[in-house]
Design a protein around this ligand. Structure first.
Ligand SMILES: NC(=O)c1ccc[n+]([C@@H]2O[C@H](COP(=O)([O-])OP(=O)(O)OC[C@H]3O[C@@H](n4cnc5c(N)ncnc54)[C@H](O)[C@@H]3O)[C@@H](O)[C@H]2O)c1
Length: 422
């Protein structure tokens, strides 16, 4: 169940159908292409993840969702202009069959958008109940469900009293509390219906005590937030490398140009603030300036996003990194990533949906609430209260694969390896 049928959602659905038809490969998806090593290096056991754990098969996936625009998925994919026209034509009938349900939307939370495919209700609680009714109708057609937020980035909000408990939140919905954004109504509806929820945007949404309580109570796993796709993906690879070699970093300037609807929404300062917070936190956690003041305490970190329509979804992300080495001598690294936003995001969204569905069926995971083992996919990984998030991509990958080994009763891989020299 996709909330928001824009560039990411349509690229995901079109991609799944293209793979099912045998006209493309699921590149970028761990659940479809990655293996997991089991036992000793000498055992030569490396099954595909999808053969190792009981994931839903692509053939069995169905899609529905909501959007503020009434366009079907073919029209929405055509507007997004991510995939080639020729490729879209092959799967056109399938995409035309998926029409968005009426959404819950309020322009106060996304200033640059306005659409007419929007529900009316007497208050926010009534709107959440209408989403629950949509879910219950879909439950009649499908065996299991997962909800993923692929909607626009909402304005910056911070947790308040109204988010502190289920009672406070329900009262707040009745009173139309301004701190309750539409994304929270979808999350509330999903969790009340016992459905796992993933948050692809940097909004608070499920990053709130009320949602964590509901998630645990109803055994509906949650994960978030903000897909780690382009620049932050590279940042969480490079920063651990500098720290591993004890190289200093004095500055990291990141700028982006992109011209899709996401870029337009992020052109609004209030939505950008939500994204900026998510992008900025990464370096501090990885570099740990409090442990290494000589190397990182004066690091100047800046992130910019510029809306530039000619580029569409084909974002360009530049990084200028000022580092220093032995005796403090300065060096520079420049990264120019000519990426495609939704091509990077779609396989992440697919994996998250499949892994959340797995978590909901796994006794060791289903009652935990936050699924920290999925940090690999996020710019701002959610953690239990009081824990700092793990941002290093390779630690995140090890955590993910060790979780799969753990739930299947296989020994964890520690990379100690002394036994090979006995
Ligand atoms: N593509 C990436 O690399 C990437 C990475 C990280 C995060 N994200 C986030 O993922 C989200 C989706 O990105 P996108 O490129 O598909 O954007 P998009 O603008 O193409 O699609 C978002 C869709 O959500 C719809 N929408 C907004 N509010 C809604 C609501 N309340 N209910 C239902 N639908 C709603 C919009 O109408 C739009 O169709 C954005 O928040 C973006 O910041 C994307």
């Amino acid at each position: 169940m996709l909330v928001g049928m824009g560039a990411v959602a349509t690229t995901l659905v079109a991609g799944v159908e293209a793979v099912r038809k045998g006209i493309a490969k699921p590149i970028g998806s761990l659940t479809q292409m990655s293996t997991v090593r089991l036992g000793k290096r000498t055992d030569a056991r490396s099954p595909l993840i999808k053969d190792f754990v009981p994931l839903a098969r692509l053939e069995d996936l169905c899609f529905t969702g909501w959007d503020i625009f009434p366009d079907n998925m073919f029209e929405a994919a055509s507007t997004a202009q991510v995939l080639d026209r020729d490729q879209l034509e092959i799967i056109r009938p399938f995409l035309e069959g998926i029409r968005p349900l009426c959404s819950v939307f309020d322009q106060y939370y996304v200033k640059r958008l306005n659409g007419r495919n929007v529900k009316r209700g007497k208050n926010k609680r009534d709107l959440a109940e209408q989403i629950r009714a949509d879910i219950r109708a879909y439950k009649k057609e499908t065996a299991r469900q997962v909800m993923i937020w692929c909607g626009s980035t909402e304005i910056f909000l911070t947790p308040t009293e109204v988010h502190s408990s289920i009672e406070a939140f329900e009262k707040g919905m009745e009173e139309n509390d301004i701190n309750i954004a539409p994304s929270m109504l979808y999350a509330y509806a999903a969790l009340m219906e016992g459905i796992p929820f993933a948050n692809g945007a940097p909004n608070l949404t499920v990053d709130l005590p009320v949602m964590q309580e509901l998630s645990r109570r109803n055994s509906a796993p949650i994960t978030g937030k903000d897909f780690k796709t382009g620049q932050t993906f590279i940042k969480t690879v490079l920063a651990p490398a500098f720290k591993a070699r004890m190289l200093g970093v004095s500055g990291w300037y990141s700028t982006n140009i992109l011209g899709n609807r996401d870029g337009e929404v992020l052109d609004d300062p209030e939505s950008f603030k939500t994204k900026e917070e998510s992008k900025l936190s990464v370096l501090d956690f990885i570099l740990q300036p409090e442990l290494y003041p000589d190397l990182y305490k004066d690091l100047y970190h800046k992130v910019r996003i510029n809306y530039y329509p000619p580029r569409g979804d084909n974002k360009e992300g530049w990084d200028n990194i000022d580092i220093f080495g032995w005796l403090g001598y300065p060096m520079q690294i420049k990264v120019d990533f000519l990426c495609r936003d939704s091509i990077l995001a779609a396989p992440i969204a697919l994996d998250l949906v499949l892994f959340l569905d797995l978590a909901a069926r796994t006794p060791e995971l289903k009652d935990l609430g936050i699924q920290e083992w999925l940090s690999f996919y996020w710019k701002s990984p959610m953690t239990a209260p009081g824990l700092y998030p793990e941002h290093d991509l390779f630690i995140q990958l090890m955590k993910l694969k060790n979780t799969l080994r753990h739930i299947k009763g296989e020994s964890l891989i520690t990379h100690l390896g002394l036994e090979y020299y006995d």
